[in-house]
Design a protein around this ligand. Structure first.
Ligand code: C5P
Length: 338
């Protein structure tokens, strides 16, 4: 038996750096959104105890540094079954090193795929813990949808205001680890135009380190202050807009100011997106360098891509039109083949 898992990209509709954590990571308040731009991973069991990876992008490492290989090794070690083997074929559609969590989503898809293929039977909480050990974005990539993400990114709540409890302080929650974030609400209807400069790349540790240099003196320090910002996000205009009805506010990504100041193509790309007809909002995703604009629907995004096509190509940008979706890494429909 073999099976196929889809690994969706994500964008950040909100990324707020609150402060530093005792573990050295940043305490974040985010709204993450899965997209229908997805990689596809095909898993075939092998009897030789080897974990092997092939990819249709020759510039991507298929060695032990790839999060797919790391996730497979971690799952196999936790299962205590070193004799298990798998060959994984990765079909890459998400741009690499773009702030779209492509690598993290591939890792999350590996946990989902091998948990099923090898019959490990790990519950969601265990997969969540393994995902977090591999990367801060990976727990969201498992859950997917439209979610408020706190902590390093792993403490998740659905983003729709109507589905939130009136007050949900983290410390008093029944689910402090956030691994059972509940069903994802329906995805927002927006069409998304995503662009990335062909040659640009941004290191996530660099972007966070630069943010700390520039803003560290103004970081919040107490849990009470963090919680106040989380509550402001829960009750703020973005979540109200995602719940329906309200116009989208200006999007916030604290890493954008840091990256925009030093990466010319990010400034150029944002200037191009500002000229997109009928864009509702725009921002950088994660630590960049990919950028996105939201439109009322998929046709709006297609129209903007056509209108900007010449300028985008001349400035060295690739562009994708996609939609918001309500799921994370998941078995492809009819993905199980005998
Ligand atoms: O967790 P992950 O390996 O994806 O994070 C990459 C880097 O980004 C970390 O080593 C850290 O420098 C930075 N980071 C952070 N705070 C977070 C997430 C990531 O400082 N919440």
């Amino acid at each position: 038996m073999s099976l196929t898992v889809l690994a969706p990209a994500k964008i950040n509709l909100h990324l707020e750096v609150l402060g530093l954590r005792p573990d050295g990571y940043h305490e974040l308040a985010m709204v993450m959104q899965s997209l229908d731009l997805a990689d596809s991973l095909h898993f075939t069991p092998t009897a030789d105890g080897a974990i092997t990876l092939e990819c249709d992008r020759p510039d991507l490492s298929t060695g032990p540094d790839n999060l797919i290989v790391k996730a497979a090794q971690m799952l196999r070690a936790r299962a205590g079954l070193p004799e298990l083997g798998v060959h994984i074929a990765l079909s890459k559609r998400i741009p690499i090193g773009a702030g779209l969590a492509g690598g993290s989503s591939d890792g999350a898809a590996t946990l989902v795929g091998l948990n099923a293929l090898w019959g490990c039977g790990f519950p969601a909480a265990d997969l969540h813990a393994m995902a977090l050990a591999l990367g801060s974005d990976m727990p969201f990539c498992l859950a997917g949808g439209t979610r408020l993400c706190f902590g390093r990114g792993e403490v998740m709540e659905p983003a729709l205001a109507a589905t939130l409890p009136p007050v949900s302080p983290r410390s008093g929650s029944d689910d402090p680890a956030g691994f059972s974030p509940g069903p994802a609400p329906a995805s927002p209807p927006y069409g998304v135009l995503l662009i990335k400069h062909l040659e640009a790349s941004v290191s996530t540790p660099w972007a966070f380190a630069r943010c700390r240099e520039q803003r560290g003196d103004f970081y919040l320090e107490t849990e009470a202050d963090f919680e106040q910002r989380r509550q402001a996000l829960r009750q703020g205009p973005l979540v109200a807009s995602l719940a329906g009805g309200e116009p989208l506010p200006r999007l916030r990504n604290d890493l954008q100011a840091v990256v925009e100041a030093e990466v010319t193509s990010v400034r150029e790309g944002l200037a191009l997106l500002r000229r997109a007809p009928e864009a509702l909002a725009l921002a950088m995703s994660g630590s960049g360098p990919s950028l996105f604009a939201l439109f009322a629907d998929a046709e709006g995004a297609e129209g903007a891509r056509s209108a900007l096509a010449e300028n985008l190509a001349a400035a060295g940008f690739e562009a994708w039109c996609c939609r918001c979706i309500a799921s994370g890494a998941s078995l492809a429909v009819n993905g199980i083949s005998a």
